[in-house]
Design a protein around this ligand. Structure first.
Ligand SMILES: NC(=O)c1ccc[n+]([C@@H]2O[C@H](COP(=O)([O-])OP(=O)(O)OC[C@H]3O[C@@H](n4cnc5c(N)ncnc54)[C@H](OP(=O)(O)O)[C@@H]3O)[C@@H](O)[C@H]2O)c1
Length: 125
């Protein structure tokens, strides 16, 4: 779950059933076979980050946190670990949340065969 894979229907379903949602891959799992850099390279997220003095990663993590999800991110870098923890004492504005809500949804990763398959299935529906 991340700003480009918002899982709105799943989140609503889970809320209705009292199921807690965890946000795996909140930064898009860059560096894995199933992930890519589309979150960290997203211009809209970068613009929001620059406008409030945060990083793009922090915007994505804060967004997931504000959805009420447990944010399961990963870093091997001490500075980025610290950066990723510094999302608790500020919030996104309604305007910024609206911008993120309007981002195009994507399924899977551009590098993943699952992404191609999901595009084919979507075209058939
Ligand atoms: N059970 C499942 O189905 C499932 C699915 C997906 C993920 N997971 C687990 O969820 C956890 C999260 O993994 P993920 O790969 O999906 O995490 P992620 O947080 O979406 O992406 C991690 C990637 O982002 C980089 N990164 C982290 N913080 C950053 C920052 N502030 N700025 C720039 N880059 C940053 C990391 O590089 P550096 O390390 O170099 O910082 C790494 O390449 C892992 O424990 C994973 O095993 C489980």
């Amino acid at each position: 779950m991340n700003p480009l894979c918002q899982q709105k229907e799943l989140k609503e379903f889970c809320e209705a059933k009292g199921v807690h949602v965890s946000a795996h891959s909140p930064l898009g799992s860059n560096g894995t076979i199933w992930g890519d850099n589309r979150i960290l390279d997203c211009d809209a997220l970068k613009e929001i980050a620059e406008s409030i003095g945060k990083t793009t990663a922090q915007i994505a993590l804060r967004w997931a946190y504000e959805q009420g999800a447990s944010v399961i991110t990963k870093s091997f870098n001490k500075d980025r670990m610290k950066e990723n923890l510094e999302i608790l004492d500020w919030s996104l504005s309604m305007e910024d949340l609206d911008k993120i809500n309007g981002l195009p949804r994507r399924k899977g990763s551009a590098r993943s065969p699952i992404f191609e398959l999901s595009k084919e299935l979507e075209a058939e529906l």
